[in-house]
Design a protein around this ligand. Structure first.
Ligand code: AMP
Length: 393
């Protein structure tokens, strides 16, 4: 059965077509600069990648171009082959604890959470609308970044602020990257064959979050009310003293929105190193002895290590630590830096095993008290699998 997995952003739309249950990727691609000048799209199929420029004024137009290309490029012989469409939706609040079949009522409910994720949710819903028009009658499923984390208890999701902030305005920890944490947790659980597995999953890419999971249930995750919380990231600050905001607004004569933008876009690895948000550039700068790049990597590793130690305490000793996403899968230096900072947990690294990129592999030493695995994530596949499962329900 062919299922298409969609991630619609404000000016982009990414798709992957899977054959399920085999999990084969049939084709994938991206539409970029939707609604802007110079829009274009790329489609990967049969080991080839085509790139075409086109006028793409809207998500609806992107989807109709895609439908035409799927036939013209002989990716499908008929659009009827698509039996389900899964959509990434960033915020489902505390209401959507699982993936859900979309209809007009559900879409209205999701839209209530747009104010929590104004950059993402409305764009995600544009993708839904476009596919509902293009493929009426085909099951459309919403898969939320927040769902997997909704097993947290109040002890873990509330902030110690006036209770009415939560009751009246929904101020609480929601958590993000849930689709990725769920995917790698299921992969490592199946691999280790342990049903009640206690895992600390570290999704460290451009955005980053660490999650403590016990028997499939999230105990706590490092992102919060928004994805700005928790770890230091590529351009995001992660946790800081909230009083800094008012102080820096007064000092620089900027608004809260401008200061928050700096915390989102100019902080993290970029802010500290002054070099780049990309750890490849940071590693190059470190090789040349750039002190701020060294500091940025050390700080980044410290934050991840401290969350691992905290979550190991919460789990009363984890069975496994997992690294995933851009840095977790590809940066042996960052993995080494993090592991060197959780020595107190008795975790060690096998440097030879760690010398690789993008493989599902155990990288800890034989004497490590907690095994450490690299598990490549696949959020697109997770979205397609949830869609497949709801289709077959
Ligand atoms: P993601 O958000 O998961 O796509 O991760 C993107 C980030 O992964 C990039 O910004 C890089 O910092 C990091 N990354 C990707 N490939 C490598 C690599 N080979 N070495 C180090 N870092 C990498």
């Amino acid at each position: 059965m062919k299922i298409i997995s969609i991630n619609a952003g404000s000016s982009s739309l990414k798709f992957t077509i899977f054959e399920l249950p085999e999990r084969d990727t049939i084709a994938s691609g991206t539409f970029e600069k939707i609604g802007l000048e110079d829009s274009f799209y790329t489609i990967k199929f049969n080991g080839e990648k085509v790139k075409k420029e086109a006028s793409i004024p809207s998500h609806t137009e992107a989807v109709s171009i895609l439908m035409k290309e799927l036939i013209d490029m002989h990716i499908l012989s008929s659009l009827n082959e698509i039996e389900g469409v899964g959509h990434r939706i960033v915020h489902g609040g505390d209401e959507f604890t699982e993936s859900v079949v979309l209809n007009e009522d559900i879409i209205k409910k999701i839209a209530q959470y747009n104010e929590y994720a104004p950059l993402h949710n409305p764009a995600n819903l544009l993708g839904v609308e476009a596919f509902m028009k293009a493929l009426p009658g085909v099951i459309q499923v919403g898969v939320f970044d927040t769902s997997f984390h909704q097993t947290m208890t109040k002890e873990h999701y509330l902030y110690p602020v006036p209770y009415e902030w939560y009751e009246k305005y929904g101020v609480r920890r929601y958590g993000f990257h849930g689709t990725s944490h769920k995917y790698v947790y299921n992969e490592i659980k199946n691999y280790l064959g342990k049903e009640n597995l206690k895992a600390i999953t570290c999704h460290i890419g451009n955005g980053g979050s660490v999650t403590a999971i016990d028997s499939g249930k999230v105990i706590e995750t490092s992102m919060g009310f928004t994805p700005l919380a928790g770890l230091m990231m590529g351009t995001r600050s992660g946790d800081i003293d909230p009083s800094i905001l008012e102080f820096i607004c007064n000092k620089k004569g900027i608004t809260i929105a401008e200061a928050t933008n700096e915390l989102n876009k100019k902080s993290g690895l970029l802010g500290i190193s002054g070099v780049s948000s990309d750890s490849r550039d940071i590693e190059d700068a470190i090789a040349q002895g750039n002190e701020r790049a060294i500091l940025a990597q050390d700080m980044y590793a410290s934050k991840v290590a401290n969350y691992i130690a905290m979550y190991n305490n919460m789990l009363d000793n984890a069975d496994v630590i997992v690294f995933t996403a851009g840095l977790g899968e590809n940066s042996k230096d960052m993995r080494k830096a993090i592991v060197s900072k959780i020595h107190s947990l008795g975790v060690t690294l096998d440097e030879e095993a760690n010398d690789m990129r993008g493989e599902f592999k155990c990288v800890s030493g034989k004497d490590s008290k907690i095994p450490v695995y690299v598990v490549p994530t696949n959020e697109e596949l997770m979205i397609a699998l949830d869609t497949f499962n709801l289709k077959n329900k």
